[in-house]
Design a protein around this ligand. Structure first.
Ligand code: HSE
Length: 422
C-alpha cells in the first residue's frame, strides 16, 4: 500500500473536520484507494488549544517552517483563511515541487494567475474545497465536463443569504429580522457583510467563471449586488408572478464574451434552483453536450468541506510519481465581465391618477424596453405600488430609463430593481 505524508497548514473548522474525517474514514480510504494518508505535521496558531482525538501532540507546531521545510512531507494541505500568508505558503510549496491542496477561496480567486503559472510543468494544485464546501463543483467542471463548452453556470453559492431569503419567503420575515435570526442560529457571522453583500459569492464565482472561461475572471470585474435591498413585499409580489427570489451567482459565455455577476434574482418557481432552501447550496450547469446538470449539497461546514479536501488529497497522491498533466490549462489573460441583457422586475410608487402609466411606459419605450407584465397594487389611496416585469433588455438601458423615471414628477419613488433569470 502506498503511504502519503501530508503537512497541514491550519486547524480551524475545516482542518479539524479533515482530522476527524481521516480518523473516522481512514481505514475505508486505505481499503478502497490502497492509500494510507499519514498526517505528519500540523501548523496551528495556538498549541494549547484542544484538537481532534487520535493525533499525537508532538505533530502540532506553530512554526510554518516545520511543515513547509520538511522534506518528508509529500503533500501540503492549506486550510488557513485569508490571502496572506497562505498565498506565500502555497506558492512556496508548489515551487518545491509538492502537490498542494487548498480550501482557501481568497487565495485561489485573488492569485489565480500566480497559482496557474507556478503550477505548470507537472505541478499540481487542487482547490475543490475552495468553492461550495462539500459540493465537488471544481472537480466536476475540470474533470468531468471537459467535453463541453459550458454555456452557463447558475449557482446558489452562499448559504447565509439562501437561509435569509428562505426565512423571508417562507415566514414573511423582513430582511433585518431574518438576518438577526441567522446570526442567532450561527448561520451568519456577527459581521455578515461579506455574505449579505455578495463579496463571498463573488470570490467563489471568480474561480468558477475562470474555469468556465479558460481565462482569469478577476473578482473586481464581477458585477455584485447584495440582498439588503430586498423587501419582503418584493418576495410576496414575485410569488404572485410565479417567481422565487434567490441570491444567484452567474457565469455565462456569449460569443466568447464572459458574463459574471452576483445578485438577487427572481427565478421561475418551477426552476430546480427554486426549491434549494435554508443554508443549502446548489449549482446548475448548462453544457453544450451534457445539457442541464445540477449539484446540490452543503456549501460549508467542517465535515462537508473535509469531504472535498480529502478527495483532493487522494487525487493529489495519485499524481506523485505519475506523468499526469497539471491543472486545467487556463491562460493568464484576464477578462472583465461585461454588460448583459436581462429581464427585470421593477417596483415603484406612483400617484393613482390618469397619465402616470403612459408617461412611464413612454420612457421605457424610448429606451427600447418592452414590458411583459404589469401589476398595480392597492386601491383608493393617493399613492400605489406599480410593478413591471420587462422582456430582456440591456442593463445600461434599464439604468438610464430608471434615472429618467425617478426624476419625473409623475413618480414618487423607484423602490426596487431586481433581475429576472430563467
Ligand atoms: N459564509 C459562506 C456561506 C460559507 O454562507 O455560504 C463560506 O464561504
Amino acid at each position: 500500500m502506498k503511504t502519503v505524508n501530508i503537512g497541514i497548514l491550519g486547524c480551524g473548522t475545516v482542518g479539524s473536520g479533515v482530522l476527524k474525517t481521516l480518523a473516522a474514514n481512514g481505514g475505508w480510504i486505505e481499503k478502497r484507494e490502497n492509500l494510507k494518508i499519514h498526517v505528519k505535521r500540523i501548523l496551528v496558531n495556538d498549541l494549547a488549544k484542544e484538537r481532534p482525538e487520535g493525533y499525537p501532540k508532538s505533530i502540532f507546531t506553530d512554526d510554518p517552517e516545520e511543515v513547509l521545510g520538511d522534506s518528508g512531507i509529500d503533500i501540503i494541505v492549506e486550510m488557513l483563511s485569508g490571502e496572506n500568508p497562505a498565498a506565500d505558503y502555497i506558492l512556496r510549496a508548489i515551487a518545491s515541487g509538492k502537490p498542494v491542496v487548498t480550501s482557501n477561496k481568497s487565495v485561489v480567486a485573488a492569485r489565480w494567475n500566480d497559482i496557474m503559472t507556478a503550477s505548470r510543468g507537472g505541478r499540481h494544485v487542487f482547490f475543490d474545497a475552495s468553492v461550495c464546501g462539500g459540493i465537488p463543483i471544481i472537480s466536476i467542471l475540470s474533470n468531468s465536463m471537459q467535453a463541453n463548452r459550458i454555456n452557463r453556470v447558475l449557482g446558489i453559492i452562499n448559504g447565509t443569504t439562501n437561509y435569509i431569503l428562505t426565512r423571508m419567503s417562507k415566514d414573511g420575515a423582513q430582511f433585518g429580522d431574518a438576518l438577526a435570526q441567522a446570526k442567532r442560529l450561527g448561520f451568519a457571522e456577527a459581521d455578515a457583510t461579506a455574505d449579505v453583500e455578495g463579496f463571498d459569492a463573488a470570490s467563489k464565482l471568480s474561480i468558477i467563471a475562470s474555469l468556465v472561461a479558460g481565462r482569469h475572471v478577476p473578482v473586481g470585474s464581477i458585477y455584485r449586488e447584495g440582498i439588503s435591498k430586498i423587501d419582503e413585499v418584493d418576495i410576496s409580489i414575485g410569488k404572485e408572478l410565479g417567481f422565487t427570489l434567490k441570491m444567484l451567482a452567474i457565469a455565462a459565455i456569449r460569443d466568447d464574451a464572459v458574463e459574471a455577476r452576483v445578485h438577487p434574482a427572481f427565478i421561475p418557481s418551477k426552476h430546480p434552483l427554486a426549491s434549494v432552501s435554508d443554508s443549502f447550496n446548489a449549482v446548475f450547469i448548462d453544457g453544450n453536450a451534457v445539457g442541464e446538470l445540477m449539484l446540490y449539497g452543503r456549501g460549508a461546514g467542517d465535515l462537508p468541506t473535509a469531504s472535498s479536501v480529502i478527495s483532493d488529497i487522494i487525487t493529489a497522491a495519485k499524481t506523485i510519481g505519475a506523468d499526469t498533466p497539471g491543472v486545467i490549462n487556463t491562460t493568464e489573460e484576464t477578462v472583465a465581465a461585461g454588460d448583459w441583457e436581462s429581464e427585470y422586475y421593477i417596483r415603484m410608487t406612483v400617484p393613482d391618477r390618469p397619465g402616470v402609466l403612459s408617461k412611464i411606459a413612454g420612457v421605457f419605450s424610448e429606451h427600447r424596453i418592452s414590458i411583459s407584465s404589469l401589476i398595480q397594487k392597492g386601491f383608493d389611496t393617493p399613492h400605489v405600488p406599480l410593478v413591471f416585469v420587462t422582456h430582456p433588455c440591456s442593463k445600461n438601458a434599464m439604468l438610464d430609463a430608471l434615472a429618467k423615471i425617478a426624476d419625473s414628477p409623475e413618480v414618487v419613488s423607484v423602490d426596487n430593481l431586481i433581475h429576472v433569470v430563467r
